[in-house]
Unconditional design. Structure first.
Length: 256
């Protein structure tokens, strides 16, 4: 038993002694664009916009030429907005019945991330490496939705009405391919191809505010969402509630 213990200890020390420490900064963004439609007689237009970004500081060990592991600490944010024109203000506003030139439905999400990861290099072509990275992201954040009324001729009608605010927790397991380019022996650049990422993600949401008022825990609405498949960490954003993924992410790494 002692021999086994000393063997494992010696093996572990050998791996740590040969490992290289790395620090990396990862960032990603997504701007899907805009859609515009017009509805004949009333000339009402709809304008949907969405954007997101994320940033993560990664700490890891390069165990050998093919394997590395570590943990990332990050932050992500997303915004979406839909516009309608020439809308009558509803009864719960300060000026019910008045017509405003613009009406927005806005959604904002933000979260902090802790992501352990393990990377395996599949192939090398000179300074270029193809890798896959397994990630276990854990996220804690909030999502808020509001209605915004604006009038180009009468600013007195401008009003923002809070709709709902939810707290969000997420847990996932995903595998993402990428490319690594060695600029020097100590500096490398990664490009993550998130759009072909495969994984499983689960999110739990709980209502914390409705119409600007705090909701008691016993009265809060709770929902759980699960997804599995390619690029599934971006599917939730398509429901207008959350955005965890971006199409690409770029990282700059320094090895010591």
């Amino acid at each position: 038993m002692k021999k086994v213990f000393f063997f494992i200890a010696a093996l572990s020390m050998g791996i740590v002694a040969s490992a290289q420490f790395t620090i990396g900064l990862t960032g990603g963004f997504s701007f899907p664009g805009m859609k515009i439609e017009k509805n004949g007689e009333d000339n009402t237009s709809h304008n949907d916009m969405q954007s997101s970004y994320n940033a993560m500081l990664k700490f890891g060990y390069v165990l050998n030429e093919r394997m590395s592991a570590g943990i990332g600490l990050g932050y992500q944010s997303s915004k979406s907005s839909s516009l309608e024109c020439n809308i009558q203000m509803p009864d719960y506003t300060k000026h019910p019945g008045e017509t405003v030139s613009q009406y927005f439905e806005n959604s904002k999400s933000s979260a902090f991330l802790i992501t352990p990861y393990f990377r395996f290099n599949l192939a090398s072509y000179g300074a270029l490496n193809l890798f896959v990275e397994a990630q276990v992201p854990v996220s804690i954040g909030t999502t808020s939705m509001e209605e915004e009324f604006k009038d180009s001729k009468n600013s007195k009608l401008d009003e923002v009405v809070p709709f709902v605010k939810t707290s969000t927790m997420g847990l996932g397991v995903q595998v993402v391919p990428g490319l690594n380019y060695e600029i020097t022996d100590h500096i490398t650049v990664d490009v993550y191809m998130n759009f072909v990422g495969l994984g499983f993600n689960m999110y739990t949401t709980k209502t914390s505010e409705i119409d600007g008022k705090t909701v008691k825990d016993a009265d809060a609405t709770k929902n759980t969402y699960t997804m599995f498949g390619f690029n599934n960490f971006d599917d939730y954003s398509k429901k207008g509630e959350w955005n965890l993924g971006t199409a690409f992410a770029v990282a700059l790494n320094v090895t010591f």
